[in-house]
Every structure is written in structure tokens, then in C-alpha cells.
Design a protein around this ligand. Sequence first.
Ligand SMILES: *[C@@H]1O[C@H](CO)[C@@H](O)[C@H](O)[C@H]1NC(C)=O
Ligand SMILES: *[C@@H]1O[C@H](CO)[C@@H](O)[C@H](O)[C@H]1NC(C)=O
Ligand SMILES: *[C@@H]1O[C@H](CO)[C@@H](O)[C@H](O)[C@H]1NC(C)=O
Ligand SMILES: *[C@@H]1O[C@H](CO)[C@@H](O)[C@H](O)[C@H]1NC(C)=O
Length: 730
Amino acid sequence: MKKSTILSVVLAVVGKTMADCWSSALGYQCCKGCSVISEDADGKWGFEDKHWCGIVDDVCKEIKESCWSLPDYPCCKTTSLVVSSDAEGDWGYEDNQWCGIVKDAVNNDCWSLPHYQCCKGNVVVQSDSNGDWGYEDGQWCGIIKKTEGGNENTQNGEKPNVSINADAVPPQFSMESGFYENVEGLNLTLNSEGTILYTLDSTDPTTSSTAKVYEGPIKMYDRSIDENVISKCEHIDKSPISITLQTNYKASPVLADKATVIRAVTKFEDGSYSPVVTKTFLVMNSEQLKFYSEIPIVSLVTEPSNLFDKDTGIYVTGQQYIDWMNGPDYNPAKSEWDSDNIANFYSKGKEWERPASFTLFEDGKEVKSQNVGIRIKGASTRNSQVKSFNIYARKEYGESKFEYEIIKGNKNINDGKNITKYDSFSLRACAWFDKMRESVVQRGLKESPILATFDNNKSLVFIDGEFWGLYELIERASANYIKSNYDIPKDNVALIKNDELEEGTDADLKDFQDLVKFCKNNDLTKEQNYNYVAKVMDLDSLIYNYATGLYLGVWDWPNRNYLVYRNNGEPIEGNPYADGKWRWGFFDFDYSTGLTYDSFGGVKGYAHDSFRKFQSKKNEFPTPIFSRLMKNKKFYKRFAEVMEIMAEEVFNPEKMKKIVEEQKAKYLKYIVKTDWRWFNGTPKMSFESFSESQGEYFTGGWDDMTEFFENRPKYAYDLMVKNYGAVDKE
Ligand SMILES: *[C@@H]1O[C@H](CO)[C@@H](O)[C@H](O)[C@H]1NC(C)=O
Ligand SMILES: *[C@@H]1O[C@H](CO)[C@@H](O)[C@H](O)[C@H]1NC(C)=O
Ligand SMILES: *[C@@H]1O[C@H](CO)[C@@H](O)[C@H](O)[C@H]1NC(C)=O
Ligand SMILES: *[C@@H]1O[C@H](CO)[C@@H](O)[C@H](O)[C@H]1NC(C)=O
């Protein structure tokens, strides 16, 4: 192996990238590196310097084939060329930025930090009969040459056959997941035979081409200075790896805050592996650590292709979207927000669930870590650049339950005990101010458990080590939710959500539909009919449901964002929720308390006649139940009482003002930070000026809520009377 050969390979790469390759014709530059993020009919795509680029296949093949040191040692990722030298040292140029070429590769004196990264590539440190050795990221690596070999797991890009021995000993970390300010390297130790492989890019070390053999301490530093990787994902027109269908979101080039994610595994002689261990470290200065310790932090780690690959990635449009677009069924006039669009992120079910590692930090300490399954959650918001997730505990990932108080203060309504066990929950994106509105409403409703609502706690989420923003950990409408909140055995739960059966049997759905029909076709002022409805449905929960929606003026309601549940088993003594009657629940208060898509017709939100707007929907499923009951004097009288309770207790202005102030104080800086992360395109201001102007803007949003709650009592009851008539007070 001659140095000139190394240079010729490198030059071949450099030379080819300068020239045209297949992607040039499509308007994309050619990649400098060989990391494939996605593949389509045109070729393999990489992502460099926040642009998609075409992988120059023959060059990458050449490099791969010449990687002789695998599997014992990784091949060196690059060999650096000295582009320039100055008094400080030699400079290289990698990933479109300057980097310092390490002087003493073995001791890795990265002299150019913190302003510039040290080059990943290196010069020949030593040669032996196998070839030339380099030293990268604290370990020896083989400098590429033309021989056979290669990692059997990653060759040909096929799905590898990895055998994991669940009982085998994984590597031990010298540090636990957590928050650190100044730390030396992290050590991995092996208490068994075998070798340790690890990755720093969230890929699975059993299959990843970037997995390295552990040779010595892993450098720990604030990786926020590293280039963004998945934060670069954005909208790309008509691409299978776009994160929205049409909404033109461009990633901000500002470096995202980053955690260090280390995934390590033991590889045995026979080619089998131990389970993979994934840990997350926030290495930052004390000010940053304080910022991140005042709110729960979630680190969600999954093989990046699980999110962004065109075939398997749940966060992107996918090949199916492109095929659909090019096929006969495509309707260009269809709204991109319709949840029956064909795209990976609109796809549902187990097939679109991916394995991930979930770690929760509170006060800067790890409190829970578990392997889970993740899916994209929601309806139209699946098309947003900031997507929500459902998280599932399953035996196949480790544990069938998630045993932790992820939502502090969430109690079983029947027995008052804390809820400490979940089988699933959601991470709901709070990148929009509407979610703050919902959060305030939710807190107000919490004390009137007659209506089923969903408790939540806010947290900041990192995905694959990159800051993703403010999310809420929230319960999911499931049999388990009914069980944990209302003590009804899971197997006996019937649950209907937005007209569809969630849990139970078709007979349950039919019963509910028949009840709606009964109400539509019968006179509910007649005692006998009224009593029948009261026998099968809890009228107070029905009343609370409609009173809440009408009081708050919820816009995308009443015939969506509702649920009904009941116990199909024997009534349970002492549990009023288990009497077998249908009960109501409500979710999604984003468009409420004075916020709509449209105007309120020249008045403030608090003065809006939500009762009149309601009339156009009152005969649509399932609202005839309520509409027909309103003709019954006894029912209307109780409804009017509850409208007073709304103003005096549930959304009492003083109480709500306090909640608003609390939430403003707690979340303002986090929502600003989230907004900055999702800035569309290149910001033309500093974070400080952004923070100031957005801070004022959001403060206004919170103040509007206070204004709503202060003034709504003056209008709500009168509007009710205007639409439904005077209340018979006898
Ligand atoms: C993977 O392993 C299974 C069982 O050991 C075997 O049947 C299958 O052919 C293997 N697949 C590949 C692609 O090697
Ligand atoms: C890691 O190992 C090195 C020796 O290789 C030792 O000096 C250092 O103290 C160890 N660090 C930790 C955190 O155990
Ligand atoms: C229930 O949760 C609250 C809030 O997190 C906590 O203060 C309390 O100690 C918990 N109670 C028990 C019995 O664990
Ligand atoms: C979590 O949410 C509950 C209920 O909404 C609230 O009382 C509590 O303060 C929240 N805890 C944190 C740590 O935000």
C-alpha cells in the first residue's frame, strides 16, 4: 500500500464530486461521502451540508471494497488532505467546513476545538503487513485499499441476519445516562469475551456501517457544535424523503442543541451479539444544563432510517407517496392535511411501528429507560414537520408495561391512587401555541372528573440526540386509559372515539348508534323515553361534555374530538363509573378559548355565540342525543346549572388566571426555544432578538386566555338563554 494509492482514492472521491454525477441532472449535487440515507429509482441519496446529494456509487463501492480491516477494526472514514497550514496546525476540509488535522492521532489532541471540529480523517500513523493504519475517534482504523472483505452485516445493503442473545452480557458504561458538565472520556468495559462495537450516530451497532470497535475512551463534549444531521430533514418537492407533502418547511441551518447518544453491543466470536445498550448524555455548560433540568427531558433514540428512509421511515412521505402521485388514483386537488393521503407518515398499524429506546430525565437525572415501539400519532398533524408519536411498551421490546409516573399527579379517579403503570402513551408535539391553550383548559377541567379528559406533563424531546422541542407526555384513549383512570377491567371496556370503535365489539358500536337513532326518532320530553336514555347514559357526563364545548367555544367540535365509554361487565360496587352506562370524554382543546380558524364575526372570542354556531351541527351524529334532550325541561335545567358551574368553578376566572400565570412562567422559554428550532429557513436575527419578540408574542397569547376566562361568564349563560329560552327555575 503506497501513500499515493490512498491519495488517489481520496482524489477520486474529490474529483468525482467536483464533476457531475447522476444526480446533477436532477438538480442535486453529488455526495462527498458514502452514507446512504435513502434510495429510489434514480439512485442512492445522501444528505450533506443540509442538501440531498447523489451518492457516487462506483467510488463508494471502491472505498467499501477496499476496507480491509473489518470486522475487527473499522475502516477509516476518510483520509484528510492538508488544505492549508498556519501557526496553529494543519487544516483539512470535511463536510463543508474547516477542521483541524490532529497532530498526535493516538492521543487525539484535538487542538482546533471548540471553534472547529477536529478532522475525522487522518494521515497514515503506522503500516504493517495488512495495510496502513490510521487512528480515528480514539481507535485504530484501516486505511482503505483494494482487497476483499467488508462488514458481512452491511454488505449489499440487504437486511442482515443478526442473532441477539438476550442473556449475553452487554458492555458496561463508565457513566450513566445523565447531565454532565466537564467530563473526560467515557469508558466501555467488557465482562466477557468478545469485542465491543458502538455507534455515536444512533444507528444500531449490530448492523451499522459506522459502528466502531471500542479501543479506548470515547471523547465527551458538547455535541451542539457538531453539524446537524436529522435536523436537516425538511420539505423536498415530490420526494420520498420529504417530511411534509406540500408545506414548504425548510430546515434552519442553525446548529441544534445536541446530546451524545452512545449505542454499544458485545460481539462474540460466533458472530452473535448481546442486547444493544443505548445511553444519552447531555454534556453542556451549567447554564444550559439548568435550562434543561427545569423540565422533564425525553431522549428518543431509533435507527435514523426508521424515521427517514423512503421505504421504512415513518417520518417521511415515502416511495408509496411518489407511486401514488404518478398513478391513476392521484388527486392533485386533495388537501395535504387529509389523513387518507397515501404517505408513510399517514400509514397506521403495527406495520408502521418501529423499535426505539425511550429515556426520561427529571431534574437532570435519568428516572426511566425502556425499549419501546413508536408510531406517528394524530390525523392531519401527521403532515406537520413536527410530528407526534405514540409510544408502546411491549414484551417484544423488553417490558409489556411502562412502570413509572410519567404524568405526575395523574390519579385514578375512582380510588385516588397515583397512576404508575401505562401500556402506551403519547408524545404530543407542542410546537404551536394552541397546545398551551389546550394545556390551560385541561388543568381547569382536571377538577371535574365527570368528563373524561387527558392529563399531561410537558417535556423537551431529543430525537437521536438532536433537540426536537416541546412535547407533552399524555395519556392515550385506550382500554388501558379507562382501566387506569376509572377502574374498569380492560376486557370489559367498550370505547368509541370519533364515531369509530376503539375497544369492544361491533355490538357496542351498534348499541351506541341505536341510541342516537332512538333519540332522533323519539320525543324525549316524554318521561318514559327520557328515563330510557338516562338508564343507558350518564346524563351528567353528557351535560358536562356539551357545556364545556359551548362554554369554551371549541371550534372543531361537537361531532369530533369526543369519546364515549362504558363497562360491559358486572357493575362494580362502590365504583360509580362502572355502572354500565355510557360516559363521555373530550380531547383536543387547541381551537378554543377565543381561537378559531375563522373570525368570530366582529366580536371577541369571549362574546362569540357558540350556541348559534352549534345549531348547524346539532343533528349530526352523535349530537341528536344532546339536542333532543335539550327539549326536556328537567335536562335543560340541569344543563343551565352546569353552565353556571363552568363559569363559577370549572373555569372560574381567578383560578384560570392563576393557571395561565403558572404555565406562562414555566413554559415561555421552552416554547420560544422550540419555535427557534423549527424556524423556517435561515433566521435573519440572533436567538436573543428572536427570543425577545417571540416572548412578547406568546405572552400576548396567554393574556388573551386570561381575558377570555375573565369575560366569558358575562356572555355564556345569556347566549344559552337567547338560543334555548329561559330556564324554568322551579
Ligand atoms: C437468516 O437466518 C435464518 C435462520 O437462521 C435463515 O433461515 C435465513 O435463510 C437467513 N437469511 C439470510 C438472508 O441469510
Ligand atoms: C477510563 O479509563 C481510563 C484509562 O483508560 C482511566 O484513566 C479513566 O479514569 C477511566 N474513566 C472512567 C470514568 O472510569
Ligand atoms: C402521588 O403523586 C404525587 C405527585 O407526583 C406525589 O407527590 C405523591 O407522593 C404520590 N403518592 C404516592 C403514594 O406515591
Ligand atoms: C404534571 O402535570 C400535573 C397535572 O397537570 C401538574 O400538576 C404537575 O405540576 C406537572 N408536573 C410537572 C413536573 O410539570
